[in-house]
Design a protein around this ligand. Structure first.
Ligand code: FNR
Length: 186
């Protein structure tokens, strides 16, 4: 079983990005699964907190990522960039410095996101690239843009846009296939 850890970059209960993440979990290809990792309990990074001991929620997140074959980030775009809560979670998981390569080195990563807007988080997805490069991950070059996402799910969070469902299924299948190959090479 190939495990992808999935993180939503939005904390709110009605998050479109969390809906997209949960929909991706239902569309995983055979012999793979999406393990959804909540970042809600991860505090704001503070060097004083780190000096007193890395928080349990951070250690749990690091362990989940290290045990997984790949990472999927599904995040909103805020002012043309990634949300602070998601960047904060990735920053915490890079601590202490000796663990950065253990968590992220060669890790296959896919980034997507949903927005009610028309550009589908394209700008934010590009903004992740230097961060993910710095962390030493391998970024999947394919992109899934999800514009007008407020019209793509019903009240229970199920996808109502059949084209999106098809595209998301293809996206996850392609990512898993690519990530397995990357892992076999490393
Ligand atoms: C936004 N939103 C937004 N959308 C977008 O497409 N490009 C952007 O640059 C921004 N900027 C932005 C800044 C801030 C501070 C907020 C709160 C929102 C709108 C955003 O896409 C929308 O609120 C989404 O619904 C947020 O994602 P979740 O919470 O639904 O997953």
């Amino acid at each position: 079983m190939f495990t992808v850890v999935g993180i939503s970059g939005s904390l709110r209960s009605g998050s479109l990005n969390s809906m997209l993440l949960r929909a991706a979990a239902d569309l995983m290809p055979p012999d793979s699964r999406l393990q959804i990792l909540s970042i809600t309990e991860i505090p704001l990074y503070d060097g004083d907190v780190e000096a007193a001991g890395v928080p349990a929620a951070v250690n749990e997140a690091k362990s989940a990522v290290m045990a997984a074959g790949a990472l999927l980030i599904v995040a909103p775009e805020y002012n043309g960039g990634m949300p602070g809560v998601a960047k904060n979670a990735l920053d915490w998981m890079s601590r202490p410095p000796a663990d950065k390569a253990k968590v992220y080195g060669g890790l296959p990563v896919a980034v997507t996101g949903a927005t009610p807007g028309l550009l589908g988080t394209a700008t934010a997805q590009a903004a992740w690239l230097p961060v993910l490069r710095n962390l030493g991950t391998e970024v999947w070059p394919e992109r899934l843009l999800v514009p007008y996402a407020d019209k793509s799910f019903d009240a229970s969070g199920r996808i109502t846009d059949e084209k999106l469902r098809t595209n998301l299924g293809h996206y996850m299948a392609g990512f898993v296939e690519w990530a397995k190959k990357r892992r076999a090479l490393s």
